[in-house]
Design a protein around this ligand. Structure first.
Ligand code: HSE
Length: 436
């Protein structure tokens, strides 16, 4: 029997909150055997404390006021409400009391992490956030601990389950975007505001956290380049397939000589690459380290069970470090204040990629020659082309092509010239091709 008991206060009893309480209850014996500790949820807050949930709340003091939980006699505050402002106030209140703080909130860490880490330095509080990135995949521990000796040159991956689920269903089943999004919400994958998923904000929050840990630099959410998947059509998904690619929504951080690229956008991934095979709600992160080489982390990126798994891992880590002197605990942040400087984050115009372009062109002789001539004048070299004849009443054929690597500012100039041609109807669609 162990007599070490860790007292927990849980903020939020939604999908992840209830999942966390249930995991701690269901696996209490094995957790005690591994850690030598028992974990008791003494207080929890929720907007509706009368609601039935999939966990046992007997003996837990329930309140609608989350500050009551922070101020209760607890060792660890577990924040699972999400959002920016209230979560920040609760985090600061807990940390300033010296209480340890575990969160699944990527928005909070990406935007306010630097401030929270600085406060925690003063009080010795531990701040843990494994569940904030890629659900059940322990990628934060991999970067901060397992790969700590490496210089990381690049990380890239699928870090939003909802968008991956939508793109997979669109491609494999020809399903409609809105219909799949509604299912992702019902399954508990999507954010409270699903525009954060489809608009790329959620993936950017996660990418910013990973970038900080990988490169040892402060969190810089404002530096992230963000594009979502709202504009992707079934036609793009199918054309990418014809050209040998799968469309994925990626987060990419790259250390170049000019600075750091930190970008979230849809990308064409060669069908033969492992990342192209990551479907549904699954996430995967590739990390390249200068001594380890390429490593890949794969697993479920959203949902109650996987996220609870990561939250509880952090709770157990904190429990193992309780009573340790600050210098003997794992650092909260991925950087050291005073030794790490903000890196220069590059704008999109500085990216160099291969690109997918889609144009509607008049179906007449010489049209293709005009397009290739504009691209040649801008020094944009073509790697592959697919053309579809006009459909229905349309007089325009669809032209999809892949370029060789080119600077994005240079490509934008070429796109403007293409859109100025009489034989080109409407705007040119442009997406980046991933290179890992
Ligand atoms: N909405 C997020 C996703 C949940 O779909 O990946 C996990 O962070």
């Amino acid at each position: 029997m162990t007599d070490k008991t860790v007292r927990l206060g849980v903020l939020g009893l939604g999908t992840v909150g209830a999942g966390t309480v249930k995991l701690l209850q269901d696996n209490a014996e094995s957790i005690a055997a591994k850690t030598g500790a028992r974990f008791t949820v003494v207080a929890a807050s929720a907007r509706d404390i009368t609601k039935q949930r999939d966990c046992d709340l007997e003996g837990v003091t329930l309140t609608t006021d989350p500050f009551e939980v922070v101020n209760a006699d607890v060792d660890v505050v577990v924040e699972l409400i999400g959002g920016y402002d209230l979560a920040r106030e609760l985090a600061l209140a807990a940390i300033q009391q010296g209480k340890h703080f575990v969160t699944a909130n990527k928005a909070l860490i990406a935007k306010h992490g630097n401030e929270l880490f600085a406060e925690a330095e003063k009080t010795g509080a531990l701040v843990a956030y494994e569940a904030s990135v890629a659900g059940g995949i322990p990628v934060i521990k991999a970067l901060r601990e397992g790969l700590a000796g490496n210089e990381i040159s690049q990380l890239a991956g699928i870090i939003n389950g909802t968008t991956n689920f939508i793109l997979t269903e669109m491609r494999d089943k020809g399903r409609d975007f809105a219909d799949v999004l509604a299912e992702a919400q019902a399954l508990g994958y999507a954010e409270a505001d699903p525009t954060f998923d489809v608009g790329g904000i959620d993936a950017a929050h996660k990418l910013v956290i990973l970038t900080s840990l990988a490169f040892g630099i402060p969190l810089n959410f404002d530096g992230a380049y963000i594009e979502g998947i709202e504009a992707i059509t079934t036609e793009d998904v199918n054309l990418a397939g014809e050209l040998g690619y799968k469309l994925k929504h990626l987060g990419i951080a790259r250390q170049t000589e000019a600075g750091v690229e930190m970008r979230v956008h849809p990308a064409l991934v060669p069908e033969s690459h492992l990342i192209a095979k990551v479907d549904g709600v699954m996430n995967a992160v590739l990390v390249n380290g200068n001594f380890v080489g390429e490593t890949l982390y794969y697993g479920p990126g959203a949902g109650a069970g996987p996220t609870a798994s990561a939250v509880v891992a952090d709770i157990l880590d904190v429990a193992r470090q309780l009573g340790s002197a600050k210098e003997n605990t794992i650092a909260n942040s991925g950087y050291t204040a005073g030794l790490s400087n903000a890196a220069e984050v590059l704008p999109a115009e500085a990216f160099n990629c291969e690109y997918y372009l889609k144009l509607s062109v008049q179906d007449e002789s010489g049209a293709l020659a005009q397009v290739t001539s504009v691209l040649a004048d801008a020094s944009v070299s073509i790697d592959a082309v697919v053309q579809h004849e006009p459909k229905g009443e349309s007089a325009c054929a669809t032209l999809a092509l892949i370029t060789h690597e080119v600077n994005e500012a240079q490509l934008n100039t070429a796109i403007q010239a293409l859109e100025g041609l009489d034989i080109v109807a409407g705007n040119v669609t442009r997406m980046r091709v991933a290179s890992f």
